[in-house]
Write a protein that binds this ligand. Structure first.
Ligand code: SF4
Ligand code: SF4
Ligand code: SF4
Length: 272
């Protein structure tokens, strides 16, 4: 039974967040929202323990579709980075700000880039493409993420400084257009670089938050050096080019790990 402790702990953490936000903000939406995400993630961890091959993909679809369709399109909440800046500037501690605080800023101190492996609706689509393992060398164009980050901040700041009316509506359309652009660029880059996760590696502005925070992540894949036979399979199957056999925090591309568990599943010696 000990092996099933992890999904129970995950569910307990999400329920604690759900109940705290429900009671402090007097809004039952938070109870529903975080309970749904907690149940989806715990189910995925449970299925992974049961060795179900598509456990991660199932969670990705459950959480990603909920966020994109229900929160984004139906509730009109911009969960992209522009939405975060918008709610931050208006001083409203609402779904987008809470979402960023939990999933992308403070959460990664515990579960690293679990968001990128199990919940992101952009990667949910990119992971269907044919290049699950990158076919070429990593490119030195990661600086683009900082440009994207700055553009999103300048865009929202300009709307406030120019006192543009009905920013809420602009944010809704920014969400729609932004997502179409992300999917278009993401799919094009995946085929150009023969790498499904090229968008995540070079373009995504959210990694400006995710990478430094996940450096300190509590949950990490570690290698048992006693068992490892240095076959290199873990590096070959890793979608993010992480040198997972190095246990130090400075491991190559360490802040890129999305906890997808491909290395763990493929290690012939159960060393990870
Ligand atoms: S890097 Fe960005 S696009 Fe990729 S999974 Fe993470 S949040 Fe989503
Ligand atoms: S796949 Fe396993 S045995 Fe092979 S190098 Fe990686 S950790 Fe070592
Ligand atoms: S294959 Fe392993 S090291 Fe690479 S991203 Fe997935 S969990 Fe992290």
């Amino acid at each position: 039974m000990k092996k099933y402790l992890m999904p129970v702990i995950m569910l307990a953490i999400f329920e604690a967040v759900a109940i705290t936000l429900w009671l402090t903000k007097n809004n039952i939406f938070y109870l529903f929202n975080f309970s749904y995400i907690g149940v989806s993630i715990s189910l995925g961890v449970f299925l992974f323990i049961k060795k179900y091959k598509y456990a991660r993909r199932l969670v990705q679809l459950l959480v990603g579709l909920y966020m994109l369709i229900y929160l984004g399109l139906i509730c009109g909440e911009n969960m992209q980075i522009e939405g975060f800046w918008y709610y931050l500037f208006t001083g409203v501690f609402e779904a987008a700000t809470i979402h960023y605080a939990v999933a992308k800023i403070f959460g990664p101190l515990i579960f690293g880039r679990g968001w990128c492996g199990y919940a992101c609706w952009t990667a949910m689509v990119l992971d269907f493409l044919p290049y699950k393992q990158p076919q070429g060398e990593r490119k030195k164009i990661g600086w683009i993420r900082y440009v994207m980050f700055a553009i999103s901040l300048v865009f929202v700041s300009a709307l406030f400084l120019a006192h543009v009316g009905n920013i809420e509506r602009i944010m809704f359309w920014a969400f729609i257009i932004g997502n179409i652009a992300y999917y278009g660029i993401g799919i094009a880059l995946a085929f150009i670089f023969k790498d499904n996760r090229a968008f995540c590696k070079y373009i995504c502005p959210i990694t400006v938050f995710l990478k430094p925070m996940s450096y300190f992540a509590l949950v990490r894949i570690k290698c048992d050096k006693e068992k490892c036979i240095s076959c290199g399979k873990c590096k070959r199957v890793c979608p993010m080019d992480v040198d997972v056999t190095d246990n130090s925090r400075k491991r190559k591309n360490g802040t890129e790990c999305i906890l997808c568990m491909e290395c763990v599943r493929n290690c012939p010696k159960d060393a990870l």
